[in-house]
Design a protein around this ligand. Sequence first.
Ligand SMILES: CC(C)(COP(=O)(O)OP(=O)(O)OC[C@H]1O[C@@H](n2cnc3c(N)ncnc32)[C@H](O)[C@@H]1OP(=O)(O)O)[C@@H](O)C(=O)NCCC(=O)NCCSC(=O)C[C@H](O)C(=O)O
Ligand SMILES: [Mg+2]
Length: 295
Amino acid sequence: MSAQAHRPRRSCLYMPGANTRALEKAKGLAADTLIFDLEDAVAPEAKAEARDAILSAVQGGGYGPREIVVRINGLDTEWGADDLKMAAKSGANAILAPKVVSGADIDRLDKALTAAGASDDFGLWVMIEMPLAILNIQEIAEAAHRTRLTTFVMGTNDLAKEYRARPTPDRLAFQTALGLSMAAARAYGLIAIDGVYNDIKNEHGLIDECEQGRTLGFDGKTLIHPSQLESTNRIFAPSPHEVEQAQAVIEAFADPENAGKGVLKVNGKMTELLHLDEARRTVAMHDAIRAFEAA
Ligand SMILES: CC(C)(COP(=O)(O)OP(=O)(O)OC[C@H]1O[C@@H](n2cnc3c(N)ncnc32)[C@H](O)[C@@H]1OP(=O)(O)O)[C@@H](O)C(=O)NCCC(=O)NCCSC(=O)C[C@H](O)C(=O)O
Ligand SMILES: [Mg+2]
């Protein structure tokens, strides 16, 4: 598995591109990924100014090891093409494209990035937030095999609007969308990031939603406020108990006494070679987080 696959993306913090104070503040925030937004958090009359502010912030640097992603406006809007061209050459790591609904959308974005001179390792992240995207989720994910697509980001606010759903703490309305998106992401080797939690002051609600996202398999969560970073980073990292258990599994399979065995008992639990793969992934992510935090 590549180093990119083990890069932590526990916390992906959005900020409006028009908010230069937030862009500056982000240099000291404990976010794994920063998403500089040009779409919904920026008013139409501020789009051009926000695009310039993002370019200047990214080129100015100072964000350390944090991954930088620019959320562009859709290519069907008057701003999308200019956003994409700016981001492709800005020094950011990826764009995040909103409201995709088909594999053809992914091909179009990929082609536009290549035409704009994006480097080979420049990534394409997409928002899964339209009902049609849920119905077409396999063909969207499959496009990863021929394009730069690396990451799904759930857009639960847009999904709620499109479904006319009622947001509830258990996110009942989104279970199908979350589950299908996760299956498609994993089937095609994609990273999957959960949607935002809007109630900034409700820490318990955030914690419950992070736990739910982690249980479903998400690699991390998108956030809207710095106060959401600490809980999210903790919940999406392997816990000390998980790391200890993973190390015990790795040691057990490395023990010469167990050579050639496909199944063992470790700390009272039936443990197979598939658990060894999982244990290695847990330890690799733990190490990657430590390295990221030390950088
Ligand atoms: C929601 C906010 C507008 C609240 O802002 P504010 O009232 O300024 O909050 P605070 O006074 O509590 O802020 C305290 C300090 O923290 C800084 N701050 C706040 N938010 C951020 C942030 N996101 N990134 C960086 N820094 C931030 C403030 O500047 C204060 O700093 P200081 O003055 O030095 O003390 C605001 O939080 C906000 O704009 N959040 C992000 C909104 C956003 O980007 N929305 C778009 C993405 S969500 C989405 O679109 C979902 C998806 O598409 C879907 O469909 O689901
Ligand atoms: Mg949205």
